[in-house]
Design a protein around this ligand. Structure first.
Ligand code: ADP
Ligand code: MG
Length: 686
């Protein structure tokens, strides 16, 4: 790369000490930082309108003649108002500038100009406020084209950063080095690098901008994924077990239902992985209730019928026990031996199970993560499945490999965002999506209510409990220091136990309790020794209590939409009509909108996407917590398709070792080395 990119930003026309200091707050120190500071949006100043067509509130451009003198008034100190009247053949427009008298003073009565600004209708009068003015016969910069809109910081105007960007592009034009090989660009329809930088900042058209954006997003994601692989120091394609085809009929014949198309498709993807010589490393994403368990069971069946053992891990003991029960019933009569192994079992029982595992007399082991960490020795482990667990990463794989095992890996999750995140985090993970719910599900009825409804809600719970149902009440986590109205789980449980729900069996579970105590409370709820479970979000992950049909969420405005969706997924699991009641204690418009989304849809993907729109990227689903770098241009939601292409490209590159042997890839390789040496060292994955 030409060294102009490494020059200080002060090298760019229009940037002195003061500006440089302001730009540093945006992470812009060098010329390269400026050209890589991408617009967050664009302003279309290409559409020319007739004055007669203008409507209130729209931003637009007109070409018109000044038909009045320019007037100037100073209604108070610090305020100068300039006015002029212009017209085209269709109508008359009043222009008003606030504290911009120099713009107004440039105008000459009788001359024609372009004006761009926002329209305001004032009774019969049409006004444009603070219009941008340009001569009709000189080269236009501020009208007649698409202008970038950059994220700003205090002391920096949109106009000045536009100028700086334009000046930076002037001195770098034609000097961007192409690091993407021609073939790759052709195959994935990626535009050339110089074109892309020009068009992303000052596009000639929106389609050029899209093309530029595609290329830059692709490049960003490609570099990230390749460098992750580079850093992991392992190849994408590890050798695994080649499982043989197995008839699934004995298992499927016993099911009380038919698989959905999505389940079938996902299982055939798993089958293909298992039968290939490469090690399976697949993530199955499916909304709550989409039926992931049976897909896991099918994979286990295939492994067992190939003579291998399978491990199925859950994040909590209670979930492990639930899986154990359902897996045992699925395998009933199929000559498969299933064992449970959890930390809280008696030592003698554990030893017994471990012995069976070691001798290969247990086909399937179900438990918590501990089953891989403890001194469990497998006879021939062929498949490991983790449920609701996004971080079965490098370390765990290393641990398995260290035991001399190289099983296929399958990860199941209901959380929609980690699907994309994990693609990025683990560049080598394949993804399957169960994007269909089993038929005849009764959707959960959702209501957003205020405190005024409290009494009715408690009466409703009491009525359902009397009919034999159970209810959850979830409170947000409340820090002791927080001076807010949010109810703490503890306080609420005490209150309703003594008052509103007196006589019902109310249990409490919260994050500060010991794991074993939590498990104990959960167990009593599962076994219907409790009618109502008050909790913080510890129940978020995967418990299955089909008899529970009410989910009440306190201070729902304090939860992310995706989290609300997960919580709601705890009900609607049995034959009973289920309800989700959201107490919204906020009067803000945005929380009302968010509640409205929850009421209107049960689709996790729609919800997570809306969540992103309302909250903006950044802290959605705690992206930051995942230790991901912030993207300069890629957006994990919108750019899913590009991400998939990138994944394919990464595979081709690594499978064929193109970085090692192909000269066309040398520039890319050099850039990767640079990145790996510099930035990514601090990134932690697990
Ligand atoms: P999740 O994806 O949330 O783990 P589960 O695997 O627990 O979902 O399935 C939820 C429920 O749906 C279970 O009771 C299961 O028996 C049922 N189920 C799964 N697949 C189907 C299907 N194809 N048709 C009808 N019911 C199904
Ligand atoms: Mg599940």
């Amino acid at each position: 790369m030409s060294d102009i990119f490494n020059r200080s930003i002060k090298y760019v026309k229009g940037v002195g000490e003061a500006r440089a200091r302001i730009l540093s707050r945006l992470g812009i120190y060098q010329v390269a930082d400026m050209v890589n500071y991408f617009p967050r949006d664009y302003e279309d100043r290409t559409v020319l309108k007739k004055i007669a067509e203008l409507t209130d509130g729209e931003e637009c451009m007109v070409r018109a003649r000044v038909i009045s003198g320019i007037t100037e008034t100073r209604p108070r100190r610090n305020l100068t108002i300039s006015k002029a009247v212009v017209s085209d053949q269709t109508s008359v427009l009043n222009l008003t500038w606030f504290n911009q008298k120099y713009t107004a003073q440039k105008l000459r009565t009788g001359s024609e100009y372009y004006f761009f600004g926002r329209i305001k209708r004032n009774g019969m009068l049409l006004e444009m406020h603070n219009p941008v003015v340009e001569n009709i016969d000189t080269q236009r910069k501020a009208t007649g084209r698409i202008l970038p809109v950059y994220p700003l910081t205090k002391g920096l105007t949109q106009n000045s950063i536009r100028n700086i960007a334009e000046n930076a592009l002037d001195i770098t034009r034609g000097k961007f080095a192409e690091i993407l090989p021609k073939d790759l660009r052709k195959k994935y329809k990626l535009s050339e690098v110089n074109f892309s930088y020009e068009q992303i900042h000052f596009p000639g058209s929106f389609s050029d901008m899209e093309a530029a954006r595609r290329r830059l997003v692709f490049e960003e994601l490609l570099l990230l994924q390749l460098s992750l692989i580079h850093l992991k120091g392992e190849s994408v394609r590890e050798n695994g077990i080649e499982f043989k085809p197995v008839s699934m009929e004995p298992l499927l014949d016993k099911l009380p239902f038919k698989l959905t198309d999505a389940q079938q498709r996902v299982f055939s993807e798993i089958e293909k992985d298992m039968e290939s010589s490469a090690r399976m490393n697949r993530l199955v994403q499916g909304d709550v209730g989409s039926g992931k368990t049976i897909v896991a069971v099918m994979a286990l069946y295939k492994a067992v019928k190939n003579g291998f053992q399978g491990a199925f891990m859950a994040p909590t003991e209670i979930l492990a026990e639930q899986h154990y029960k359902s897996v045992v019933s699925y395998f009933d009569g199929l000559d498969v031996s299933v064992r449970l192994l959890t930390g809280s079992m008696k030592k003698r029982e554990k030893d017994e199970v471990k012995e069976l595992i070691k001798e290969g007399r247990a086909d399937i082991v179900i438990g918590t993560h501990a089953i891989l960490e403890e001194d469990t020795v497998f006879f021939n482990l062929g498949l490991v499945i983790t449920d609701e667990q996004h971080r079965f990463g490098v370390r765990q794989r290393a641990r398995l490999s260290a035991k001399g095992e190289n099983p296929d890996l399958l990860v199941m999750t209901a959380t929609p965002i980690p699907r994309t995140l994990s693609l990025v985090l683990y560049g080598d993970l394949d993804v399957s999506v169960i994007d269909e719910l089993p038929p005849n599900r009764k959707p959960v009825k959702t209501y957003a209510v205020t405190d005024a409804m409290r009494e009715r809600v408690y009466n409703f719970i009491r009525k359902n409990v009397n009919e034999g149902r159970q209810a959850y009440i979830v409170c947000p986590l409340v820090e002791d220091s927080e001076q807010i109205d949010a109810e703490s789980a503890e306080g609420l449980a005490e209150r309703i136990r003594d008052n509103e729900l007196a006589g019902l069996r109310v249990g409490l579970i919260h994050g500060k309790m010991k794991a074993s105590d939590k498990e104990e409370v959960m167990r009593s709820f599962v076994e219907r020794e409790l009618d109502v479970l008050v909790s913080t979000t510890v129940i978020e992950v995967g418990v299955n209590v089909p008899n529970a049909n009410i989910m009440v969420i306190e201070n729902a405005e304090r939860f992310g939409l995706a989290q609300l969706h997960q919580l709601r997924g705890r009900v609607g699991r049995g034959e009973h009509q289920s309800y989700c009641i959201l107490f919204n204690q906020s009067k803000s418009k945005i929380s009302r909108e968010r509640m409205a989304i929850m009421v209107s849809t049960n689709d996790g993907f729609v919800i997570s996407e809306k969540d992103l729109e309302l909250r903006g990227p950044g802290d959605v689903f705690g992206i930051r917590q995942h230790g991901l770098p912030e993207f300069k241009i890629a957006n994990l939601y919108r750019d899913m398709d590009i991400l998939k292409d990138v994944q394919r490209a990464v595979k081709e590159i690594t499978d064929n070792n193109l970085l090692g042997i192909n000269d066309e890839y040398r520039a890319l390789k050099e850039r990767l080395d640079e990145i790996c040496n510099k930035k990514l060292k601090e990134l932690s994955f697990n």
